[in-house]
Design a protein around this ligand. Structure first.
Ligand code: GLN
Length: 510
């Protein structure tokens, strides 16, 4: 990403990549305090108030400036300030943060101040990143539009009447709007890739187990994975590298994972050609329900990969039509178990009806604390796990999950990645799908299988609709095959400029 000049001879830090910012801070061309102040000012100008985007649920000015000063002091002493020195980072509000309120965009956790940092957050801080605040999301990460937030939807920077996608809507919008060059989200069924696509930024859901889930509030533990958003391939790779790695505090953490980046990106070199890489096009993902403009942009992107040297072949993932039903049994089942801990005793809010006993307190707390979609998921999951129904629903879903993973295993014998649309449509209007949960669930029809199979999946910007809304290309890879995805993304980004376009924010235009 190139740094735009403000015309006064100085560079506006909010237009610079994370890589460029960290380099400038390390070389004392910019102080971490200047960088942080510039980003906080942009957030104050464009995110707050009636017309703001509402990407941040809260910012932490004091904490951010103190962290920035600590980085500047390290630089002054000649110590290594880390590869993300002075880079402002925002976190989806389900990453627990020491002394900083964490709500999962739910009323039930309002006021909860965690006593510790999770692993990904601790690794960011150790690398010199500046945590500027906590980002909007669908409540407990359940949703595809950020409209299930208890604190209002997040608006899409490209068109504030439209959704950002979800559930990591704030994380996607914050990068698109230039509030911070890197953010973290989580992806259980598409919650990084789908909002990345709808806001024109890059996002990656790593292989299950590459990034620790310690200190991340759980939705569906066998599907949840942490990943970064960024505005360019290099920043995405840098962020993933920092947060990856074995963690004894997460029992599903992979002990020895190969680098996600591959030799070219790791060396900071020029993108390699794609000779020797094969990309599969699964026919089940090129279907009539997809918007024609999305389909055309994705097919054009695939032709671009082909002209960069990749071999493109047709493949089939025959169990794809069952992914949605499978996901909506397994994810709610796990959520009904995980969310049992929010009972008014240990975290956040408590509602005690006068004269009521403990059971009345549980009931009143959960009734007042959870929103409609979370209640729907808990009920669906509890139903699927009931004795007598378990074999028909939950066990059957686990069997189909195995068939879906097997489909991918077979396909990856003959290709290094598969390419599909990330989402069947560009960003839809706020309110357009809220009345019909199944319509909302369909927004993730192309992203769910990746989680069921535990694979890495990336979304990269690949064009715009005539109305000026971003479109995303999804690349899915072998388990621990992130390097191939980065190689494809880097080659694609070098040939196109979709990822470099930035929205003009509504308040700017006014
Ligand atoms: N939209 C999907 C759901 O609502 C996926 C959410 C996610 O990945 N966290 O469950």
């Amino acid at each position: 990403m190139s740094a735009a000049s403000t015309g006064t001879g100085t560079t506006d830090p909010t237009t610079m990549s994370a890589l460029a910012l960290a380099r400038a801070v390390r070389q004392r061309e910019l102080s971490a305090r200047e960088v942080t102040t510039a980003h906080l000012a942009r957030i104050a100008a464009f995110d707050k108030g009636e017309r703001g985007l509402n990407a941040f649920l809260r910012t932490d000015e004091a904490g951010a400036l103190a962290a920035a000063d600590a980085v500047d002091a390290k630089v002054a002493r000649g110590e290594d300030p880390g590869v993300l020195a002075g880079v402002p980072v925002g976190l989806k509000d389900l990453f627990v943060t020491e002394n900083l309120e964490t709500t999962c965009a739910s009323k039930i956790l309002q006021g909860w101040i965690p006593p510790y940092d999770g692993t990904a957050v601790a690794r960011l801080r150790a690398a010199g990143a500046i945590i500027v605040g906590k980002l909007n999301m669908d409540e407990f990460a359940m949703g595809s539009s950020n409209e299930n937030s208890a604190f209002g939807p997040c608006r899409n920077p490209w068109d504030p009447t439209r959704v950002t996608g979800g559930s990591s809507g704030g994380s996607a919008a914050a990068v698109a709007a230039g509030f911070c060059p890197i953010t973290l989200g989580t992806d259980t069924g598409g919650s990084i890739r789908q909002p990345a696509a709808l806001t024109g930024v890059l996002g990656i859901k790593p292989t299950y187990g590459r990034v620790s889930r310690y200190g991340v509030v759980a939705f569906a533990s066998s599907l949840d994975q942490v990943g970064p958003f960024a505005g360019c391939v290099e920043d995405l790779a840098l962020a993933l590298e920092v947060i990856s790695g074995h963690d004894p505090l997460d029992a599903t953490s992979i002990v020895e994972a190969p680098s996600a980046l591959g030799p070219a990106l790791a060396a900071g070199g020029r993108p390699q050609g794609l000779a020797g890489l094969t990309v599969g096009l699964p026919r089940e993902y090129f279907i009539p329900g997809t918007d024609a403009e999305v389909d055309a942009a994705v097919r054009a992107a695939i032709r671009e990969l082909e002209s960069a040297g990749a071999r493109v072949i047709d493949v089939s993932l025959p169990h794809t039509p069952h992914a949605l039903a499978t996901y909506y049994l397994i994810a709610p089942a796990e959520c009904s178990s995980n969310l049992a801990r929010f009972d008014g005793v240990r975290y956040g809010r408590r509602v005690q009806p006068p004269g009521g006993d403990l059971a009345a307190m549980y009931q009143a707390t959960r009734e007042a604390g959870f929103g409609d979609e979370v209640k729907r998921r808990i009920m669906l999951g509890t139903y699927a796990l009931r004795s007598g129904y378990y074999d028909a629903y939950y066990r059957k879903a686990q069997q189909v999950r195995t068939l879906i993973a097997d489909d991918f295993r077979k396909v990856f014998a003959s290709c290094d990645a598969v390419a599909t649309p990330t989402s069947p449509t560009a960003a839809f209007k706020i309110g357009e799908k809220t009345a019909d949960p199944v319509q909302m669930y369909l927004a993730d029809v192309f992203t769910l299988s990746c989680n069921l199979a535990g694979l890495p999946g990336m979304s990269i910007p690949c064009g715009f609709t005539r109305a000026g809304l971003p479109i995303g290309l999804q690349l899915m890879g072998r388990p621990l095959g992130e390097a191939a995805l980065f190689q494809l993304a880097a080659a694609y980004a070098a040939r196109t400029d979709h990822a470099r376009r930035r929205p003009t924010l509504a308040l700017e235009a006014a």
